[in-house]
Design a protein around this ligand. Structure first.
Ligand SMILES: [Zn+2]
Length: 499
């Protein structure tokens, strides 16, 4: 069964920033690893295009709302292509078939009695498109995320009987301890479910035309979050799968949209008697001078393309995962991103590959074949690498890609030490040919494995190294595939430019 990975369905009220790129890169890394290890994987992304905030942004820029969302959605699509991310489905909530899907969902929930017409009085943050209780606000009137004053509303609205699903949600969390990664985030959600009141959720807005109309009641439009969350399912359908595929679906999301994914989304699915997703991977934020990168705080907006031009695509991807744990926040400092790229990718990896492969090509006619007997130093470095490569795979499986990058870099540091101590370039100064060829043989073979396991993170550099080695079978991922294989190099061309 195919694994599915999703990014959030991004709100198309502005241009994408580095925070969006980060979510997309993470989802792409897990998707690429899944392709590598299981050969079947599907990547879903898209844009959420309805709601008050969108109409406001469109009128501010004097654009018709339809044109506005077309443009914003296109700029997300362009970003993915610039970052070499190739989604299998790009869903738009303004797609007609998505609207039909959401209408069906609404009717089912209403027929079951899970949605009813009532009144809602509450504090609304337009930035979040969400009602808040006073206890959730700063000084009872400011949104904790946007720091802006919320508006008081009382209006007719449809409500979803969220309270009905509290027990079922708690049962689900008890029997699926690793549903949310990291665990401390799941603990937080469970505590909230146990201790805080779970009021019924307002799921429609009256007199807002830009959205999907409530079937049978044109005065109301369906709540943008219902609209957005169900785009995961309409996208799964668009990819040719049935809703059962949710069981193999992993959602990647920022911690700011945790509640929607950890409480509302599972509750809607429980109400519809559909399976729940496999995992939620909840990542922390990249911050600029202490502030979350956000469209509503313009000075924090960092354009991903500018970073990518400066750091290269592989460099940007690598630095974003190496410079902070996925689950924590981190401050974006361009100089330290550059430093880690030069130290790890240029010095530790690409330069070693270049020196080793050049030696093989010039001194050993490009071929090292038939080596069966390795000396103790060679055997030791291979064994140590194998142990760490196993841990790399475990890191991917547990979504700990910081560990993955640290381990791969550690293997490279050890391999560099080995290469320097054995100094195979002194071939014409008294070293035996056997010493030189076994050294280069071990380095080339371990490098191949590293390039394969790095490929979800740094696809371009890995690909050029694997092309040079002419072999991309992985011993760690394929059982029965020997780590040490004959080496044949025809050309040395892989290179990584210092940033
Ligand atoms: Zn807000």
């Amino acid at each position: 069964m195919t694994n599915i990975f999703t990014t959030p369905i991004f709100y198309a009220n502005g241009e994408p920033h580095l925070g969006h790129a980060y979510s997309g890169i993470l989802a792409d890394i897990f998707h690429r690893y899944s392709l590598l290890a299981n050969s079947e994987s599907c990547l879903i992304t898209g844009t959420d295009e309805h709601g008050l905030k969108i109409t406001q942004a469109a009128s501010k820029s004097c654009t018709e709302v339809e044109d506005f969302v077309d443009r914003k959605s296109a700029s997300f699509a362009e970003l993915w292509s610039a970052l070499k991310i190739d989604p299998d489905v790009f869903i738009r909530t303004t797609d007609r078939f998505h609207a039909q899907f959401v209408e069906k969902v609404w009717k089912k929930l209403r027929d079951k009695g899970d949605i009813y017409l009532g009144n809602y009085q509450g504090q609304y943050c337009i930035g979040c498109e969400q009602f808040y209780n006073k206890r959730d606000l700063v000084d009872e009137k400011y949104c904790a995320i946007h720091k802006t004053e919320v508006q008081s509303f009382e209006e007719e609205t449809y409500l979803f009987r969220l309270s009905r699903y509290r027990e079922q949600l708690l049962e689900f969390y008890t029997s699926n301890q690793d549903f949310i990664i990291p665990t401390f985030t799941q603990d937080y959600v469970v505590k909230q479910l146990k201790e805080e009141p779970l009021e019924d959720l307002s799921v429609s807005r009256i007199n807002h035309k830009w959205g999907i109309s409530v079937p049978g009641d044109e005065n109301h439009t369906i709540y943008v979050w219902i609209d957005a969350l169900f785009s995961y399912l309409s996208a799964i359908q668009k990819a040719g799968y049935n809703p059962d595929q949710l069981k193999k679906t992993t959602h990647i999301l920022g911690k700011d949209i945790l509640k929607f994914h950890a409480i509302y989304w599972p509750a809607f699915l429980l109400a519809l008697e559909l399976p729940l997703p496999k995992h939620l991977i909840v990542h922390g934020w990249w911050k600029v001078e202490g502030h979350k990168i956000s469209k509503s705080i313009p000075e924090t907006v960092v354009h991903p393309k500018a970073f990518q031009t400066e750091l290269s695509n592989d460099g940007l991807r690598y630095a974003l995962i190496k410079q902070k744990p996925l689950f924590r926040d981190g401050d974006l400092v361009q100089d330290s991103l550059k430093h880690v790229i030069n130290a790890d990718l240029v010095n530790n990896f690409a330069n070693l590959v270049k020196r080793n492969n050049t030696l093989i090509l010039k001194q050993l006619s490009g071929e090292i074949v038939g080596i069966t007997d390795l000396d103790i130093e060679c055997r030791q470095i291979v064994t140590e690498a194998e142990v760490k490569l196993d841990k790399v795979i475990n890191g991917y499986q547990t979504f700990d890609i910081l560990i993955v990058s640290q381990l791969l870099n550690q293997i490279l540091t050890e391999l560099n030490r080995f290469f320097h101590e054995r100094s195979p370039w002194l071939i014409n100064k008294g070293l035996t040919r056997e010493h030189v060829s076994s050294t280069c043989f071990v380095v080339a073979n371990v490098v191949r494995e590293i390039a394969i396991l790095y490929s979800p993170i740094i696809p371009s550099l890995s690909e050029s190294i694997l092309n040079e080695l002419g072999d991309n079978r992985s011993a760690s991922l394929e059982r029965g595939c020997p780590l040490l294989r004959d080496i044949s190099i025809k050309k040395v061309q892989s290179h990584f430019t210092r940033v």
